[in-house]
Every structure is written in C-alpha cells, then in structure tokens.
Design a protein around this ligand. Sequence first.
Ligand SMILES: *[C@@H]1O[C@H](CO)[C@@H](O)[C@H](O)[C@H]1NC(C)=O
Length: 197
Amino acid sequence: MGHCLDILFSLCIASLLTHSACTLHSRQRQRLHGILGFAWKNCGAPDDPAVMKTLSISPDPIMVPGNLVASAAGTTSVALTSPLALNVTLEKEVAGFWVKIPCLEEIGSCHYTDACSLLDQVIPPGQDCPEPLHTYGIPCHCPFKAGDYTLPESEFQLPDIELPFWLTNGNYRAMGVLGSNGKELGCLKVSLSIHSS
Ligand SMILES: *[C@@H]1O[C@H](CO)[C@@H](O)[C@H](O)[C@H]1NC(C)=O
C-alpha cells in the first residue's frame, strides 16, 4: 500500500496533475491512516531498555504561540550514559505526503552522535534544570540512572518566536532512536499537528 502511494506521489509530481487531484488523494490518505492529531508509540524491539509509558500533549492542534500542557512517564532498565547516539527523523505532511525535513543547524532529521553533549549545550551543566523539571526533581543531564521518570501534567508557554521556515501550520511526525555502543536503547514515534497564528 505504501509503495502504491509513493508511486502515485511520483506520478502526481511528474505529470503535474491538477492540485485538486492531489488534494483528493491527501484526504483519502488521511482517512486510511488516521494521521491527524496527536499520537505516539514506542517503536523499538520489545526488549528495548528505554520505553515511554505515557505521553500526553494538549491542546490538539498545538497552538503557537500559546500554552501547552504535557505529561509523560518513561522508564529505563539501564543507565543512559554518554555518548548517547540519537537519530531523529522529522517529517511534515505536504499535500497529503510525508516529506522528510532535512537536518539544518542541528534541527530536523539529524543524527546526533551524543545527545548528552547536546543537552549540555542547551542547558549549561551546574545550573538548575529548567522548570518544571527542577520542581519534580527530574534530571536534565547524563547520566540518567536506571529507573522511572515521571513528569506530572505541566504547563509550558510556547513563545512567539520566529520559527524556521518549515515549522508552520500542519501535521508532523517524528521518530527518535536512541542507541549506545551500537545497541538500540529505545525508539519513539510521535505525530502531532501545529497551528501557528
Ligand atoms: C543512526 O543512523 C546511523 C546511520 O544510518 C546508524 O549507523 C546508527 O546505528 C544509527 N543509530 C541509532 C541509535 O539508531
């Protein structure tokens, strides 16, 4: 089925079919796959040590700027230590098709050789973890000890920042694969919709 749709996509582009034909196809695809709105799932092997147990984000679609309410719980049966490889694949729906967003300035579909050093860049070590992590005693630097991590329902403000050109209204899906020493630790898929005003 996926192949058929990919081939149709190529035909759509190659023969420059009318826009309405592509839009119709997009609607069919959405109905087939139920891709609209927020959804998530673990996508690793059943014995992967790191798994997400719950994840919720609202409102749906996410409004930018606006407030976001999120809660999450995850567990890891092994310590997550540096270097922690992270492969992210980010896709945006364009006219009914998932288009991979390239890695630009470390954002997009990127291969990070060490997510730990990435965290250190974003949050300088030695200072408090940003809220709400600090309040709930959730660490924000490697190593992450084996155990359960829970973020109770928390509100985040999404600022009215200048977004990258590709981050506008629409449906997105992302996959993240975490690994260490060539072994997969965990895999998570998330899809969501963003409405920016
Ligand atoms: C990330 O992708 C590279 C290149 O495809 C691969 O060699 C590596 O094993 C991947 N790492 C993880 C954690 O999936």
